[in-house]
Design a binder for this molecule. Sequence first.
Ligand SMILES: *[C@@H]1O[C@H](CO)[C@@H](O)[C@H](O)[C@H]1NC(C)=O
Ligand SMILES: *[C@@H]1O[C@H](CO)[C@@H](O)[C@H](O)[C@H]1NC(C)=O
Ligand SMILES: *[C@@H]1O[C@H](CO)[C@@H](O)[C@H](O)[C@H]1NC(C)=O
Ligand SMILES: *[C@@H]1O[C@H](CO)[C@@H](O)[C@H](O)[C@H]1NC(C)=O
Ligand SMILES: *[C@@H]1O[C@H](CO)[C@@H](O)[C@H](O)[C@H]1NC(C)=O
Ligand SMILES: *[C@@H]1O[C@H](CO)[C@@H](O)[C@H](O)[C@H]1NC(C)=O
Length: 500
Amino acid sequence: MPSLKSGLMSLSTCALLLLQLVATEARIPLNPQHVKLRARSQAAPAVAKRQGTTFPVHTFTQPLDHFVDTGFTFEQRYWLNDRHYKPGGPVIVFEAGEGPGDERMPILDTGIVDILANATNGLGIVLEHRYYGESVPVQNFTTDSLRWLNNEQAAADSANFIDNVTFPTIPGDLTAPGTAWIYYGGSYGGARAAHMRGLYPHLVFGAISSSGVVHATLDDWRYFDIIRQYAPAHCIAQVEKTIFEVDRLITSPSAKTRKAIKAVFGLQNLTYDPDFASLLSDPLSAWQDNNWDPAVGSTAFAQFCDALGPPDHATVHTEQGITVSNATFNYAKYIKSQYVASCTPPQTQDECFGTITAKDFYLQTDLSQTWRLWSFQVCTQWGFFMAYPPGHFFKVPAEPNITAVNSLGGYNIAYDRLAIIDGQWDPWRGDTPHSPDPAAHPRPDTIIRPFKLIFQGVHHYDENGLADHSKEPPQIRAIHEQEVEFVKAWLKDFKPPCKP
Ligand SMILES: *[C@@H]1O[C@H](CO)[C@@H](O)[C@H](O)[C@H]1NC(C)=O
Ligand SMILES: *[C@@H]1O[C@H](CO)[C@@H](O)[C@H](O)[C@H]1NC(C)=O
Ligand SMILES: *[C@@H]1O[C@H](CO)[C@@H](O)[C@H](O)[C@H]1NC(C)=O
Ligand SMILES: *[C@@H]1O[C@H](CO)[C@@H](O)[C@H](O)[C@H]1NC(C)=O
Ligand SMILES: *[C@@H]1O[C@H](CO)[C@@H](O)[C@H](O)[C@H]1NC(C)=O
Ligand SMILES: *[C@@H]1O[C@H](CO)[C@@H](O)[C@H](O)[C@H]1NC(C)=O
């Protein structure tokens, strides 16, 4: 029986889809239709992005396929911050992950890349991931054209870059292993950073995996469980009350009741109950958009909680003829105003919110359908999603094959000079053992071995920084300082190989 809870489950199987990009509004939601909706009605007022310095873009030629010679190549974009660089310094490369690299400039300018480069006389780089931004090797995003979008090709791109790049503005050979390369990534990029350290240890001297999703999973119930544990208790009480009530009513033997509860949410025209449940779970995904810096994060989750109000024992007799708790009534009002209201004729509710009915939308394959990219990765290697009819050369498996990802270590991934950084409240944190006291972090001189640091934060909270670091919250300054300390400690061990 579809229910809100099973909807939450099926959403959580897709929760990897919600992997956030640095720019909040660029988060890829479960239903691409929501992208359109969000563009029109941002739940949170879009906070003005700070204008950072601009960095010139450079490109590096990559083969379309690293393992079979197709004769085709593409240009991979990257950006350099050389303001701190001194010969002999390391290269700090930021993996841009599942989004356009140019959106990562603040990290190069005032975030972790600049902080580490400043501390080590290093060269900062943002490296765009194949298929994202303008590093696009294909003419369209059909299933066949997406067959070179996978972890193995992406890892080989980075290895080739580190092994062979020459920088137009910097003399000398800065490739590995002659220069120490430190690979940093957050979220999917965090998993990539950890994997790069394991797969190419001779090229990647050290890596920092921030909120890295190193464990691929088909049913990621942990995502919502972390929100349940760490979001404000009064808000979660209201959410749980609504889930139990909607579950009960949507599975009622009475067709009239089942219809009525959807109508209370203004969704009487949404044909399929899983689409209904999926939409109701969407406000929860705003939790990961929290950031300590209001210019980076969104306040949508707090607004959602405000709308649910404090727990009470009140009930409301609805015009649909059923009695619901005040919690459900308030939740319904929020869904109506933030989602349903922006779905207007000629669009039907199935067109706006249906994943099952909006087939035509999912079959679009031109280069503007960038939602296809991360979804494809989820469907093939990371977690469940269906929008890819079989091609001639490639067929998306019925279930993603998560074996390859998890064979690299999963939750237990550990290498020398691989730092795992996790926010205690991050829904992507997965199986991280119970959080140690954030004040009890290991001292820098004891953390040269593989280690995990957990600090008070949500999703890759350590990535961004302020131009004036002294204005950052104490726990952010502390994690930045720790990263500086352990990277410096790593670099003390660096010995370039003798030239033959
Ligand atoms: C750069 O590092 C120096 C110390 O090495 C520090 O005083 C300064 O605040 C840092 N600047 C930035 C922008 O991080
Ligand atoms: C997609 O691109 C490939 C290769 O450029 C081409 O052969 C194919 O016809 C295109 N398909 C669509 C649907 O545009
Ligand atoms: C670097 O380039 C050489 C020459 O094209 C190639 O053989 C090698 O595989 C590249 N390195 C990596 C790690 O791809
Ligand atoms: C629901 O569908 C009916 C019949 O097609 C239509 O008259 C009505 O406007 C729709 N309501 C909403 C809220 O979409
Ligand atoms: C129901 O919740 C709303 C929003 O918090 C609140 O304003 C209202 O007073 C509540 N109703 C009752 C009867 O408690
Ligand atoms: C999944 O991937 C692993 C490792 O790449 C491979 O050995 C296995 O055969 C694959 N399984 C299926 C069902 O394709």
